[in-house]
Design a protein around this ligand. Sequence first.
Ligand code: NAD
Ligand code: ZN
Length: 364
Amino acid sequence: MKALDIKARIPYRLHIGQNLLMCDELLQLCHKMRRHIVIITDEIVAQYWGNTLLKHLNAHLPRVSLLSFPAGETHKTRETKAFLEDRLFELGCGRDTCMVALGGGVVLDMAGFLAATYCRGVPVIYLPTTLLAMVDASLGGKTGVNTPFGKNLIGTISSPHSVWIDVSTLKTLPESEWRNGFAEMVKHALLRDESLFHALCDFKYEINEPLCDKIATNLAVKKEIVEQDETELGLREVLNLGHTIGHAIERIENYGISHGEAVAMGLLVESYISVRLGLLQESDLSCLMSLLKKFGFLLKTTAFEPISRFMAVLTLDKKSRAKVPRFVLLERIGCPYQKNGSYAHPVDEQILLEALKWAEVNLK
Ligand SMILES: NC(=O)c1ccc[n+]([C@@H]2O[C@H](COP(=O)([O-])OP(=O)(O)OC[C@H]3O[C@@H](n4cnc5c(N)ncnc54)[C@H](O)[C@@H]3O)[C@@H](O)[C@H]2O)c1
Ligand SMILES: [Zn+2]
């Protein structure tokens, strides 16, 4: 088992390995807590992993319960949070509760927020079960829910007690979900680690030690970034690489496209802009395109047509200033472009239009 210690206002440790869900260390930890353990999960993960975990913990601990809610982003709401809070009260859960969040990013964000406010705060242990949650959502302390006014608008920044990344749970994860995590791994490599970028060329949807290594390297990238900027004042902006364009694609497609697909195309368009500005090499852009194609990204959208609509949606991005969108750009693979202390830059309108035309032709 590998471990990674995160420095935060309240520090925590991430553990990475195979078969961790049933390991003695996790059981001992739950035992030592001397609390009512409540597994929070979604209905799909409950079927695959939650019920087995419940049985296992129940065989060894006095008080264990499981609460589930319907799977999917549309259930990451204030209503679901209130529903779970009411069930917790019915179970008689008080301050001596410890939550165990078992699932993808939706479950982690929901359970993290729930734990941060339930009885003014109880501990939560994260057990991520999607690649995306393993390499992204389990680190950084962001929790929260969506509202009709936008995504992740209500929430906290708070540390989990600890994170246990059991890659064996990926056995049941559909390939399309693996790709969502893979897109974020590519993003991390582009930002900080050229050797990881090349190592990703041999990535396989297989559960083994090399997978644990790649997840650990990825987390090390995110760790370095969030530790320097826990409250998102500067450097953390770089994590938006590929997301300015990606979010606009998602909005125009009415979220009918997966986040990974949208981010993959965002990485390409934003890399194209970097090439046009004389920063990134053209060969790096081709290399990125082949990597994404190799892993089954379709790289197709009708969102760029018409370009005027795309431009209008871009101005709604949360990084925009005075309606001018800002982009994270790459100086080279492994290094984001920094100017005047900032990592998000406005781009000349002509170059932006040219990039969107390139996207219209190459991503359809
Ligand atoms: N807090 C953060 O820093 C952070 C970072 C990135 C993303 N997020 C959030 O994460 C969410 C997306 O997370 P996600 O991509 O994991 O989506 P998700 O949690 O919706 O999971 C995707 C699907 O996979 C299913 N699933 C989960 N684990 C499974 C398994 N092992 N086997 C089979 N099916 C499984 C789920 O039931 C769901 O249907 C978004 O809400 C996003 O805002 C948060
Ligand atoms: Zn993302």
